[in-house]
Write a protein that binds this ligand. Structure first.
Ligand SMILES: Cc1cc2nc3c(=O)[nH]c(=O)nc-3n(C[C@H](O)[C@H](O)[C@H](O)COP(=O)(O)OP(=O)(O)OC[C@H]3O[C@@H](n4cnc5c(N)ncnc54)[C@H](O)[C@@H]3O)c2cc1C
Length: 495
């Protein structure tokens, strides 16, 4: 029996562990945090329960593929489709745009600002749909053995899509829509990738297609952490052992074989093969100390925005605030251009609010509300000092209070803040960048840190930081891709 050590317990790691265990591997997982899940984590405090990061996701069929692959009869958690995807409010306006999947209802929301919305949206989505279906299997869900292999694959993408490689999400919006409201709202998908629509390639308008047409958005009954709890139960049954509060800080090797990972207490974790779920660029930089991943080179890469997150317990109900909300300002272009580099003050921030107790009332005591706030901010290359955290939090609370008509400070009974410092220190995210490496054309596919190691033959990588990219469904796809590589080398083993 071959033994695999997995470093980390994020979604990519858990799904890899289950796939390997099903194929007859003995698997152990070593995690630096005190509980599993990585960024898909949970905070319980003062009687409130919060999801730490992800609040919704698309492409649920990737979970179906996983369940079938590992032979589970039923999903160990329950998805719930969101009929209102999210609500958007612009500063100094009472109007709230509800983003429905039903395109006729959606068209009504925009009838005053965007004439012929439905027609324009249909055309826009048709282009995105064509790109999605022409590339999903051909490019996205594929391992590449070399850069040449990747570039050769790209040649097979129909030529009609090439303008999408040259344009930005914003330019694509400008080609289809006129109103500022529509352009800004439907380019928010770029922020889901941790970047701005001005520097995100137009290929990512596929996200508008996935949210509005293809599979929509879903969350999980009982909170997103049920995914982790459900998977953990299955992993326990499959004999996969998890170890917490163990951080891998060193390694041992013989020739091209890694023989052990070493944790902060000097304990050695030996195995036949190793799968790293820590950020693939960070691990090569910090643990393997590779020249290609020196701090200087890492700093030059394009990293996604860092999260400034707040977990608020309120002793009142927010009657008029839906589940998912975006609160935007009135200087979208200027803000987007400056926020990455810390060139704009965070006194009039743009942020996302999730009132999780709306869909999962058990996450807050009776009559109370659990609220998650996410404000994209510069990573620690551009803003290393976060001692102004309370001031930023106060600005957001004051702004939000005014916009929803509730004095939040008066009702606040629990408050936890995570700045990029905590995101960096808790999960080893490079300089606090929340979604890791960006999805620029030169950082995806064959250009992204590979899911196999350049030096050690028995080291692999899984998760959002390697192929194909960020987000929960992508982490599940990445486990499929890495297990394909591992079994190609070692074969499916039989118990
Ligand atoms: C604020 C926020 C909101 C998000 N919202 C969404 C959303 O709504 N929808 C969505 O689809 N995605 C969302 N994402 C992205 C999503 O969370 C990630 O893409 C996904 O969870 C990454 O999974 P992963 O497998 O890469 O592992 P990670 O979650 O990155 O886990 C890696 C694990 O490795 C551990 N580790 C690192 N280094 C070591 C070491 N040296 N030794 C031991 N252990 C180590 C870490 O502690 C961590 O537990 C969000 C992310 C953030 C930060």
């Amino acid at each position: 029996m071959k033994k695999a050590i997995i470093v980390g317990t994020g979604l990519g790691a858990m799904t890899t562990a289950m796939r390997l265990a099903t194929r007859g591997y003995k698997v152990e997982m070593v995690e630096k945090y005190h509980q599993p899940g990585g960024r898909l984590n949970q905070l319980k405090k003062d009687g409130f329960t919060f999801d730490l990061g992800p609040t919704f996701f698309s492409m649920t069929y990737e979970f179906d593929e996983f369940i079938n692959d590992v032979g589970l009869k039923k999903m160990p958690f329950t998805f719930r489709e969101l009929d209102v995807l999210y609500a958007v409010n612009f500063r100094d306006s009472d109007k709230r745009y509800m983003i429905y999947r039903d395109l006729d209802r959606l068209a009504k929301e925009f009838e005053e600002v965007e004439p012929n919305f439905r027609e324009k949206m249909d055309k826009f989505l048709a282009g995105a749909a064509r790109f999605f279906h022409d590339t999903e299997y051909l490019v996205l869900k594929k391992n590449y053995d070399s850069l040449f292999d990747y570039l050769f694959t790209l040649l097979r993408v129909p030529l009609r899509h090439s303008p999408k490689l040259l344009r930005s999400v914003w330019t694509e919006m400008e080609r289809h829509f006129e109103s500022r409201e529509v352009k800004e709202i439907f380019s928010l998908v770029a922020f889901f990738l941790g970047a701005t629509p001005f520097d995100t390639p137009a290929i990512y308008t596929i996200l508008s297609y996935t949210e509005l047409v293809h599979d929509g958005y879903h969350n999980v009954v009982g909170g997103m952490y049920k995914i982790v709890e459900g998977l953990k139960k299955e992993l326990d049954q499959a004999g996969v052992v998890m170890h917490f509060n163990k951080e891998i800080v060193d390694y041992q090797y013989e020739g091209k074989q890694l023989t052990a990972m070493v944790d902060q207490h000097g304990e050695k974790w030996e195995a036949d093969l190793f799968v790293v779920n820590a950020d693939a660029a960070w691990f090569r930089h910090k643990i393997f100390k590779r020249k290609k991943f020196s701090e200087q080179k890492m700093d030059k890469l394009k990293w996604t925005l860092a999260p400034f997150t707040m977990y608020l317990g309120l002793n009142t109900k927010l009657e008029n605030t839906p589940l998912h909300n975006y609160f935007l300002g009135n200087n979208f272009k200027e803000y987007s251009g400056k926020i990455f580099k810390n060139d704009i003050k965070l006194d009039q921030p743009y942020y996302y609010v999730n009132v999780v107790s709306k869909s999962d009332p058990e996450s807050a005591p009776e009559g109370c509300e659990s609220v998650f706030v996410l404000c994209p901010v510069p990573d620690m290359r551009h803003k290393p000092d976060w001692s102004d955290r309370e001031e930023i939090a106060d600005n957001i609370l004051q702004d939000l209070s005014g916009r929803i008509g509730v004095d939040l400070k008066k009702h606040l009974v629990s408050k936890t803040i995570m700045t990029p410092v905590e995101w960096r220190d808790d999960f080893n995210l490079y300089k606090g960048s929340g979604l890791g490496l960006g999805h620029d054309l030169d950082q995806i596919g064959g250009f992204r840190p590979k899911n196999y190691d350049e030096v050690f033959d028995n080291v692999f990588y899984v998760g959002a930081s390697t192929v194909p990219g960020t987000g929960l469904p992508m982490a599940v796809i990445s486990s499929k891709l890495v297990v394909e590589r591992i079994t190609k080398k070692y074969g499916p083993l039989h118990k």
